[in-house]
Design a protein around this ligand. Structure first.
Ligand code: GA4
Length: 312
């Protein structure tokens, strides 16, 4: 997971042994304007599965424009927002996350990254000025996708994989199954439940796609969990992890986040890259992204989705 950061860096808590502590300084910050960040990128993916990027080239006006459109959308009356729901999984959802009983203190809008598709499916439902909204989504998503591809190419270089577009071409493919999510975490009156546990905005989970790029307003809440070693990525045969993360609630401020999830085409076979195997056997059975996604939608948020595809 990549966090788009402005020089004033947002706080992310690292969760070690279930006791959350804020160690902002430990989270890798990658300056994309510096020469040759590939070794640092590989180290961040191996150690954390998570890093922040600065000087990322995503225009500030695209970020602020979309943030303001998102706030306008979430400020609409419920009946207006519900015109785009319930999520199937695309569309507007409130508190229910996924189809299997997970809930959170969050409302969201899940879109594709395809402008025409979003227009056909949603333009009659997105408030007064749907085209302005969809244009803001499109500008932002195009810039973030470009940056995500750059990062994936630097990672391929860092892993000495050729061709260097081995990952990025999956996002660039016209059939790429990428999604875009806007989350709104309203202020939550209670921060903890009866047992003193944090009330959750979005429960712990790992993202199933190749790369997630997140940007949020300056309300804290995101926590990542380190080195549990349970969730690992297939294409690197376990070298890069998908970071376990969650969002806790805030009693005072609302949090808005926007996340680009870069995924491959549905028919793409997912298997470790031969050049990363060093004579080892693949840890996983072969599967397509379609099969993995289908199985993910049968799982609960906190499940270890990759476990089902491990070789015994
Ligand atoms: C997590 C990452 C993305 O937000 C998402 C989520 C999806 C959903 O909310 O519809 C899932 C979740 C995510 C993983 C397991 C399944 C599917 C909810 C859920 C319980 C859009 C995605 O692709 O996977």
């Amino acid at each position: 997971m990549v966090v788009l950061s402005q020089p004033a860096i947002e706080h992310v808590s690292l969760v070690k042994n279930c006791k959350p502590t804020t160690f902002s300084s430990e989270i890798p910050v990658i300056d994309l304007s510096k020469p040759d960040p590939k070794a640092r990128l590989v180290a961040a993916c191996e150690e954390f599965g998570f890093f922040k990027v600065i000087n990322h080239g995503v225009p500030t006006e695209f970020i602020t424009e979309l943030e303001s459109e998102a706030i306008k959308f979430f400020s609409l009356p419920s009946f207006e927002k519900e015109k785009t729901g319930p999520p199937d999984p695309l569309g507007y959802g409130n508190k229910r996350i996924g189809p299997n009983g997970d809930v959170g203190w969050v409302e969201f809008l899940l879109l594709t990254t395809n402008r025409e598709f979003n227009s056909q499916r949603f333009s009659s439902m997105l408030g007064n000025n749907p085209e302005v909204f969809l244009c803001a989504v499109n500008d932002y998503v195009s810039a973030v996708k470009k940056m995500a591809c750059e990062i994936l190419e630097l990672l391929a270089d860092g892993l000495k994989i050729k061709p260097r577009d081995v990952f990025s071409k999956l996002l660039m493919d016209k059939q790429s199954d990428s999604v875009f999510r806007l989350n709104h975490y309203p202020p939550c009156p209670k921060l903890q439940d009866m047992n003193g546990r944090d009330l959750i905005g979005f429960g712990e989970h790992t993202d199933p796609q190749i790369i997630s790029v997140m940007r949020s307003n300056n309300t804290s809440g995101l926590q990542i969990s380190l080195r549990d070693g349970e969730w690992i990525s297939v294409m690197t045969n376990g070298r890069f992890k998908s970071v376990r993360h969650r969002v806790v609630t805030n009693s005072m401020k609302s949090r808005v986040s926007m996340i680009y999830f870069g995924g491959p085409p549905l028919s793409e076979k997912i298997a470790p890259l031969p050049s990363l195997m060093e004579g080892e056997e693949s840890l996983y059975k072969e599967f397509t992204w379609f099969e993995y996604k289908k199985s993910a939608y049968k799982s609960r948020l906190a499940d270890n989705r990759l476990g089902l595809f491990e070789k015994i």
